[in-house]
Structures are given as C-alpha cells and as structure tokens.
Design a protein around this ligand. Structure first.
Ligand code: NFS
Length: 648
C-alpha cells in the first residue's frame, strides 16, 4: 500500500496509517486499495429498485448516455434521478431523525422527565418560541418550553401546510418555493414521499422526481437540521467563541482516553458532566491514571468542542486511526458516519467499542443504550468501564505529537455580536465590508472526508485559495476539523493566508479568516447567517442575490447531498468534488447544473480539482457582485486560459 503521506495531508494521520499497515490492521485506507468503485454505480446508472434487474445502463464508449432502457422501460434519466432523490431522502432522514431525538429529549426535559437536562439559554428559548408563534408573555419558562417541544415534534408529522422555520427565509425565497411547489410540509412526509415516488413504477419523469427531492432537502435544511441546532442551543447553550485543540495528539498517554464519536450531543453532554463527578475522579486515581481525557470524533466532537472546549481527536478518516494509537480505553458511537471497521480495529487493541443508540448496533461492540431520563447514570457507567479498562493496555502506545489550537463556536448570534458589539449587534459591518470589497464574498465549505481523495488535502487547497482571494469562509463538520488541524482557525491565520482586504477585517475584529460554525446539522446556522445578511439590507433581496457560494470538496455521505441540495434550492451556487452521482444522465445533470439556475437561482456544479472549484466559486461571487453594482469597488482579477475554461 502507498505510504501514509500519500493518503493524508495530515502528518498525524499519515503516521497512524503507516502503523496500521506495519501491524496488518485493516483500515478504510487499506480496504479502499483493494476495492475499486464500480464504474457503472459511480455514475448511478444502475437500477436495483426491483428484482427484475439490476439493470445497468452505462454510457457508451463515446461518452453518450445510453438510449437503452431497463426491463420496465425506465430510462437512464429516471434511474439516475431516482438514485439521486433517494440519496437526498437518506440524508434528510438522518439529520431529521437526529432532530427528532433532540426534540423528544427537549420535551422530556421541559416536562421534568429528564432531570439531567435543563434549559441553558432562556433568551434563545424565547426567540425560537416567537418563531413558532408561541405566546411568551407572563408565562413560566417550563410552560413555554413544553409548548415549543410539542410544536417542534409536530413538525415531523405535519400532513399539510408549511414548515414553520421556512418563515425565517427571505420573503422572496418563500415566494419562489411556493411558485416551484416545493414548500416543505412535514419532514417525515417528504422523506416518505421520496421513497414512494421512487418505488418501482411510480414517478417516471426526472424533473418531477427531483422536485420532490428538493422538497425533502428543504425539509432537512429549514426543518430537521434547524430544529436540531435551535433546540440543542436552548438545552446546552448557544456556542460562543472557545479555544480548543485538535488532532490525535490530544490523546494522553497517562490518562484514561475516551473518544465520543457520532452525531447526537445528548450522551456526550452527560459524559462531560459525569467526568467532573468526585466519585469518578476517585476511581481514576485508584486506576493509576492521571485523569480522564474526553475527546471528540466527527460531529459529536464539534458539538462538545463548541460548547465546552473539549478537544477533538479528529475527523471522519481518523476514527479508526485514533484506535490505532493503542491509547483509547473506550469509544462511544451513536449514529451516522461510524465505520463498521471500528469493531475490528478495537479488537486489535484493548479498546472497548460501545454503541449507545437504539437505532444503531455494530457486531462485536457492546451495547449500552442511552435514554435521556437516566442520562447521567449511563454516562457514569460508561466512564467507569473506561477507567477499569486502563490497566489492560496492550503493546506500545503510540500517540502522534500533532495537536493544534483553534477557535470554534461561531454561531450566528456570536457573529452578530462580534461584528457590531453588544449594544449595536448587527451584520452591518459585514455587509459594508462586502459592499466596499474588502470582503469579496462568503463561502460555506463543509462536508466529509472521502477515502478516494487525499485526506483533508482538498478542503485545505480550496479554503486557502478562497481566503487568499478575500473570501470569508464559514465551515462545519469534517471540513472544519481539517481547517483546525492546519491552523486555519486561528486569528493569526488571517495575516498568514488571507488576502489584504479580508486580513484587514479579520485583524480589526480579531477573528480567524475561517469561522467554525459547528457540526453538519449546524449548516442551518449558515442559512440563518446568509438570511441575516439579506435582511441587513444593501445586498439584494434574496439569498441568491448575495455574493456567496457553497462547497463540499471531499464529500462522501448522503447527508452531504441533502445539504448541498438545500443550499442549491435556497439559491446558493454549490460545487462538489470527488465524484458526482448523476453523471450517468446528461439530462439530469443539465437539469441540476443549468435549469436549476432559472428555477431556483442556485445550481450545482462538479469540479474535482479544489483550486479550480474555488475559482468557480469566486467567479460566481464576482458575477453576483456585478449584478449588485458593487464590482467596481475591487480590482479585477485576470484569469488565465485554464481558469476561463474551467468556468465555462
Ligand atoms: Ni457531516 Fe458529521 Fe463528517 Fe460528513 Fe460524517 S461526520 S454530519 S457526514 S463525514 S462531515
């Protein structure tokens, strides 16, 4: 196998990839070498929706889309659109089922049935209650919270009408959604309808299938994901900038290391509380360890980092590598992005792998189910297991030295405050700096790692190119963690990497040029921030008027497709890297890449080269600046031929 440095741009990961190879431990990297992607599946021109197939309709050698049809007569357009829509449904379902769990816990907390959970941010409770049309005057906090919990839960099963949070979008956008008939109803309903319409022999017009995919994606972005973020903020506190550290070097040889991996912050929040318990502290002392070291992995990491400054061990492709250090006593996983391969790696060491959600078990892992009403007890039980496992370490522990400081916690509320100050909190300074050209535009760069690209490399290449060109970057998920490891989430990064205009603004306010806004459900924070820019005035009347763009250069999950699709349907140009799942159909690709611009004023693009992709985003930002009449404020950039071709 190629050496670790070729697989990862992060030297700590490279070191652990090499260790795994030396010791014959299977990881995502080694499995990817022996498993090449299927060339037909990669273009999604394979239908396995019924058992008369699978029907494979590859493009001809000359690159043309096949004119053949599946056994039932389904064209390649229908097949590709169905596969795409099902990806959106899978992603929306994941974010939204997470949201449901949060809403259920929120309601139990409000009713006093989950004593370990409380309302930490009353101000946000009142704001969100008002969004939901709840009367907050002369009412008890608990009463308001109960009503909010009930109303939030009823958003999932709403059979008609519009999701309440869509009312937060600019009015123009809401009108456009109604005109295109994609205003989302209940979240569950939209996902179920995608599954129904894409069943054998139902919806067989690719445009009509994609319309429903759009409605399901909007139910995620302006429904499920937003409900998660808002209720989590109320329960656990709205993030404010916090200093944290990241990379495998956060693990400590002389501590009991516990890695919390997954997505729902409910158990991780309780683990944080339990780790401070005096009884737990005493048992750590007895074990001979110097203390407990909690570290996060994937989006759970982002959640506990943003609210408590708990260190991050790493992003998606580091989950197995954290165990390869031999220093992890216990890893908890709940839902999403957890590789089944973890069980095998854990077995090679003393590590206990614990599944905690009633929706996800892994063969070979131990299952300790988390229930909100006894959250703290479960957390203590898990910590005790980890402490008892500390003396069982086998073989040499090998923790890479890399550990990087970073600032996270840029919620939409924080950005308002940082820009305008406590007494005149507003987006005005940001809008002014966009209008005067110091900030050329804003990009949301988000999403996963993908083993088919060099770990972290594309995120970093794209983001460095954007900030060099004065584009302020908002980031979440595994992309945010890639930035953290590379030192881009520090205020000093502005002077080192940002263009003159952006650096000036960042240095004045004291913020990094790349703002960590949280986990993947927190992409809803980016929607709210973009809406706040519109509402501040002077930069158009809809999200699609803004000089902004989105990207996921190393995406791999269905959730990333759902996110990208709600960004696009919200009017934002969005470019994905690695691979693109509609290449099997020219019509579907044209629909999403071109016709969507007319319909939604936002569209998809695919560009695997991250620097070229950054320039597609910059070109889009410049196009929007021109339309707003603010292009004169900045010098024009001369594009070379290669860049122009990439833009066409
Ligand atoms: Ni998002 Fe977070 Fe990471 Fe991708 Fe997975 S952890 S929810 S899906 S891999 S960014």
């Amino acid at each position: 196998m190629a050496d670790g440095k070729e697989k990862s741009a992060d030297s700590a990961s490279a070191e652990m990839i090499d260790r795994a190879v030396r010791e014959g431990i299977s990881t995502g990297c080694s499995r990817a070498e022996s498993l090449k992607p299927c060339p037909i599946g990669v273009e999604e021109s394979c239908c396995k929706i019924c058992s008369m197939g699978p029907c494979r309709l590859p493009r001809s050698k000359t690159g043309e889309t096949s004119r053949r049809a599946g056994v039932c007569g389904a064209t390649v357009d229908t097949i590709v659109a169905r596969n795409f829509a099902r990806k959106v449904a899978g992603g929306s379902a994941s974010h939204s089922d997470h949201a449901r769990e949060v809403a259920l816990t929120f309601l139990m907390a409000a009713q006093g049935k989950a004593q370990d959970f409380t309302i930490k941010d009353e101000m946000k409770l009142f704001e969100v209650a008002l969004d939901f049309g709840i009367n907050i005057e002369k009412r008890d906090v608990k009463e308001i919270a109960v009503e909010l919990g009930e109303k939030a839960l009823s958003e999932f099963g709403k059979q008609s009408g519009e999701l309440i949070f869509t009312g937060k979008a600019p009015l123009r956008r809401q009108e456009l959604w109604r005109k295109q008939n994609v205003m989302p109803r209940g979240i569950d309903r939209e996902v179920v309808e995608v599954m129904h319409r894409t069943h054998m022999g139902v919806d067989q017009d690719y445009r009509h299938i994609l319309q429903q995919a759009t409605r399901a994606a909007l139910a995620d972005g302006w429904g499920g994901s937003m409900i998660s973020t808002e209720l989590q903020d109320i329960m656990f506190g709205t993030p404010v900038p916090v200093l944290g550290s990241i990379n495998l070097g956060v693990l400590k040889e002389d501590h009991v290391n516990i890695v919390v991996h997954g997505h729902e912050p409910l158990l991780p929040e309780m683990l944080v509380v339990a780790s401070r318990d005096p009884v737990i502290k005493q048992s750590v002392e007895r074990s001979g360890a110097k203390g407990i070291n909690l570290a996060g992995m994937c989006c759970s990491a982002n959640e506990v980092l943003m609210r408590h400054g708990i260190p991050c061990a790493g992003n998606f492709l580091q989950q197995e590598l954290a165990l390869v250090t031999g220093a992890v006593e216990l890893m908890t996983v709940d839902v999403q992005c957890q590789m089944q391969g973890l069980a095998n790696v854990a077995e090679c060491f003393h590590t206990k792998l614990i599944t905690t959600s009633d929706r996800a078990m892994i063969q070979g892992a131990e299952h300790i189910e988390f229930h909100p009403e006894k959250g703290l007890d479960t957390a203590k039980r898990i910590l005790t297991m980890a402490i008892e496992n500390y003396p069982n370490r086998r073989g040499p522990v090998c923790i890479p030295a890399e550990k990087q400081d970073m600032i996270a916690g840029f919620s939409h509320e924080t950005i308002t405050y940082l820009l305008g100050g406590l007494f005149r909190a507003s987006y005005r300074p940001l809008n002014d700096n966009i209008a005067n050209g110091r900030i050329r535009g804003v990009a949301g760069v988000v999403g996963c790692n993908n083993v088919r690209t060099r770990h972290d490399a594309d995120h970093l290449a794209m983001i460095r190119e954007l900030i060099k060109n004065d584009v302020l970057v908002l980031t979440t998920g595994c992309s945010a963690m890639a930035c953290g490891k590379a030192g881009l989430l520090t205020p000093e990064a502005a002077g080192q990497h940002a263009g003159k205009g952006l650096a000036e603004v960042c240095e004045t306010i004291g913020i990094p040029p790349v703002l960590h806004m949280g986990s993947c459900v927190d992409n809803s924070r980016i929607l709210i921030a973009a809406t706040a820019i519109v509402k501040e005035g002077g930069l158009g009347e809809d999200l699609s008027d803004l000089p902004v763009a989105g990207a996921a250069p190393e995406w791999m999950s269905e959730k990333a497709i759902a996110i990208g699709h709600y960004f696009v349907a919200s009017g934002i140009f969005t470019v994905f890297g690695t691979t693109w799942p509609t290449l099997g159909s020219e019509n579907v690709t044209r629909h999403l890449f071109e016709e969507y611009e007319d319909m939604y004023k936002g569209m998809w693009a695919f560009e695997p080269d991250p620097v070229k992709a950054a320039h597609l985003m910059i070109a889009h930002i410049d196009k929007k600046r021109k339309a707003l009449g603010i292009d004169k404020a900045r010098e024009r950039v001369l594009y070379d031929m290669a860049m122009r071709r990439a833009m066409e």
